[in-house]
Design a protein around this ligand. Structure first.
Ligand code: HEC
Length: 152
């Protein structure tokens, strides 16, 4: 299982011979988020995936709305979910990100979604339907807030 996964990942990382690499998309979060953002949900078993543990980080713009859940997220809010294969949250397997960008997707909460590999390669980007279809359900009170789903 673990070996199959690393082989698939190795194949994805090496790309197909002869194919030019696609345009590189930058992740929506900085490399040093752990020293500049706030951890708003500590290491816990994910409700979304079995056997994945997660931590959630908020940038300074998102922090108040994420902690208090008393107002919508302002433009520029970014939330980052770190995913790990172990229960101590040390072996990172990737990230998912949601960023509120005014005008980006007005009927979908103006959220910009990304799925990012451990080497910071962005594998999904935009109004990703798998992401928003789940979050529009779990991201409502009492468990969620303004499209976010991690319970306090
Ligand atoms: C099947 C439902 C589901 C899908 C699909 C899903 N999520 Fe989530 N997401 C959750 C749940 C539940 C949480 C709460 C943390 C947990 O239990 O993993 C969460 C948490 C998050 C968070 C942390 C902020 C918060 O509290 O919601 C981000 C960021 C996030 N998801 C981004 C994404 C992105 C990007 C995608 C698509 C690549 C995605 N999610 C797909 C259910 C989903």
């Amino acid at each position: 299982m673990r070996r199959a996964l690393s082989l698939a990942l190795a194949a994805a990382l090496s790309g197909c011979p002869g194919e030019p690499p696609g345009p590189a998309i930058d992740p929506l979060f900085p490399v040093d988020y752990a020293s500049t953002w706030t951890e708003v949900r500590d290491c816990r078993l994910s409700v979304e995936h079995t056997l994945v543990h997660v931590r959630v980080w908020a940038n300074p713009v998102a922090l108040g709305a994420y902690e208090r859940r008393d107002a919508p997220f302002p433009d520029g809010s970014i939330l980052l979910k770190e995913e790990f294969t172990d229960s101590g949250c040390t072996e990172r397997s990737g990230w998912t990100v949601m960023a509120r960008e005014a005008g980006f997707a007005p009927t979908l909460g103006d959220w910009h979604w990304q799925d990012v590999l451990p080497d910071r390669r962005v594998v999904s980007d935009g109004t990703v339907s798998t992401c928003f279809q789940c979050h529009e359900d779990c991201g409502v009170a009492p468990d969620g807030h303004d499209w976010t789903c991690a319970v306090p």
